[in-house]
Structures are given as structure tokens and as C-alpha cells.
Design a protein around this ligand. Sequence first.
Ligand code: PMT
Length: 402
Amino acid sequence: MLSGKTVVIGVCGGIAAYKVVDVVSRLKKLRAQVHIIMTQNAKEFVTPLTFQSISHNLVVTNMFEEPKSFDIKHISLAEKADLVMVAPATANVIGKVANGIADDMLTTTIMATKAPVLFVPAMNTGMYENPLLQENINKLKRLGYLFMEPDEGKMACGTTGKGRLPEPEKIVNHVEQLFNSKKDMEGIRVLITAGPTREAIDPVRYISNHSSGKMGYAVAEAAAARGAKVLLVSGPVQLPVPSGVERVNVTSAEDMYQAVMNAYAEMDVFVMVAAVADYRCENAALHKIKKSGEKLILELVKNPDIAYELGKVKGHRILVGFSAETQELLTHATEKLNKKNLDFIVANDVTLEGAGFGADTNIVKIINSDGDIKEYPLMKKNEVAEEILNEVMKVREKNKMY
Ligand code: PMT
């Protein structure tokens, strides 16, 4: 139920505007107060009267028209909102907000509000993939604006791809989750390492592993949603930056080490999910190595162990490690926990179906510095992320870090 919550929905000019009528109806059934602002273009797709009838509130379309109720001027809607949602969010409106333009009722309300703003983009795939739009989205995410990923499928324009407005039920579930999510990590600074590292052999080849970054990105997203200030130090992966997260892209273990150490003094919590290469080529070739002979021997040297180095200068910080194993999970994970001076370690046996690299799920055991072991069933990576953050909060409580 969303009783007592006010959702201000900005409807932009896109064919998916008609689906938002259902979103409003579902939010009303959950007892939310819903106010609609329509852009001029939105009125070409759905009439204000439709939204007025469903929301039981006057629909605002024109900033300068005489308000029919004193209570619906832009500042009052901006103040009243517990959430401002823009759906469908067009490239035009996203671009305006990203560049500080406030020239109509919707963009002015977004500029004035202190409430979270959730964009639900929907547009033609080509427009969605345009680097200008993606740059605007990333800029807004860095500033704390929230985004829902569009769905893939057949588009109104006849093409197939990413850009469909998610189904109303999915949007409303997302809104419910936003209202119900805990904000217990406000003021806590969290650094997360994620993804693989790449160690150059020559300009065209490298040593790496199968990490997709999904586990680390799930932790980053969950921590940001719980109010933490999140820095994500990421190896090369194909994932978008989660909302509210600052990302630093790195390639090699040495780059990752430097990026972590540059930020370490300002952090309270480290969650090291990255699958960092333990070794690199002593001398990466300057030019592509040519095929010759039956054998090629690469001389490898040890990379810095980021978790171990942090363990030496830990102080009051909380350090969480991961351990990906193919045998003797608990023995190897416990060794790493102790050697790296961690508060707890998340152990995953990557030979199990649905666990470890690439999957959307994981099967983990959490071992803490007292030797206590918690075993979890197969869970989605975002659920595992919540459990990890719950453990972080318990360590803070135990160490009286308020
Ligand atoms: O990215 P996904 O596809 O979602 O897959 C998730 C995962 C399998 C990568 C993740 O769940 C996982 O297990 N990550 C740890 C991978 C690993 O092999 O860790 P490790 O046993 O080599 O290292 C132990 C700990 O020390 C880790 O926290 C690691 O980040 C850290 N480490 C290791 C080596 C090094 N040079 N520096 C480090 O900081």
C-alpha cells in the first residue's frame, strides 16, 4: 500500500503514454495520491481528461495558465511529491534536465523538487542507443537521478530492440520497492570493486577471467538504493552504471589498485567483488607477438593484492572480500579472510549451477572473522547483495559505528 504517498507523474510525448493511464490506475488502487503533469507533446497522444478522470486530480499542462486550484502550481507539486516519475521519458526531456533546462511545467517541477526523480525512458531503439542520450543518462545517474531500464521487444515504429516502456505492473512494483527500501546506509561511503581485470600480453591479447561484473554491480546498486555514497571501481564489463553510483573504469589490476588507493582514505566500507588477476606479464610486448615455434613461454609476475594491502591499513574501516573456488570452499575462503584481515568473506563455489561467473544468481556462504558461517540458498544476485549489506550493518552495530 502507498497510503499517504504522493507521486507526481510527468507524461511526455511518446506513444507509450497510453500505458501510463494503467500505471496511474494501479497507483490509485494502492491508495497513492497521483498528480499528472503533461508536456505539450504528450497531449497529442492522450487527452488530459483521461488522466484527470483516472487520477481524480486536475492535470497540469501549461505553466502560465490560471491555476484552477491554488495548490497545483509547480512549486507546490514539487514540494508535495514523495516521488516524481517521468514516464514515458523522452530523449528530449532527459536531455533538457541533464543540461539544466527548465522551460515548462514538468522540467521546472523536476528542477525544484527535493524528492527522488525516477525516469522511465521509452523511445525508438536507435534514439535510446544514441551516445548523446546515454551520456545524458549517465550524467543524471551520477547526480542521483533514478532510471528504470526499458524493455526489449517490438516497437510501435515496427523495429525490434531496446526502448519499450516496461509493463505497468513492473513500473508500479518498482515504485513500491523504492518506497519500501531501507535507507539505513545514508552517510556511509562504500567502495566496491567489480568485474575482471585484463593483463596485457601484447597490444591485442590479454589474460583475464569470466567475471561479468553482475555481482559487484548488484552490490553497488543495492548500497546506493539504501542511501550509501557509492564508488564503483570497475574492470571492463558490459553493464550500465547503476543509479546514484559513481563509476571509475579500470583495465588492469595495477589500475584497480591505484584507483582504490586514491579513494581509500575517504571510505568507510570496501566490498571487493572483483576477480583480480593475480599475475601479469612481466614485459608485455610492445607489438603483436608473431607465431613462431611450438611453445610460447610467458614470464608472469605477481600483481598487487588490493584486499591484502587494504587489510594492512584497515583502521576502523569494514573490509568484505569474495572467494571464488572450485574445491575446498570453506578452507580456502577462511585462509583469505584471515590473511587479508577481512571482517567477513563471501564464498562461492563457481562449479555449482547458478553460482559465480556470469549468472544472474549466486549460491554463497558468508564466513565472519569469528568463524561463524551462514549458508544461503540459490538467490538472485541483488538478493545476495542485500544480505551482504545487512551483514555490513551488523558489523557496524557490533563495532558501535553509528
Ligand atoms: O562478476 P560476476 O560474473 O557476477 O561473477 C561474480 C564473481 C564470481 C566474480 C564473484 O562472486 C567472486 O567470487 N569474486 C571474487 C573472485 C576471486 O576469485 O577472488 P580471489 O579468491 O582471487 O580473491 C579473494 C579476494 O581478494 C576478493 O575479494 C578479490 O577481489 C580480492 N583480490 C584478489 C586478488 C588481488 N590481486 N586483489 C584483490 O583485491
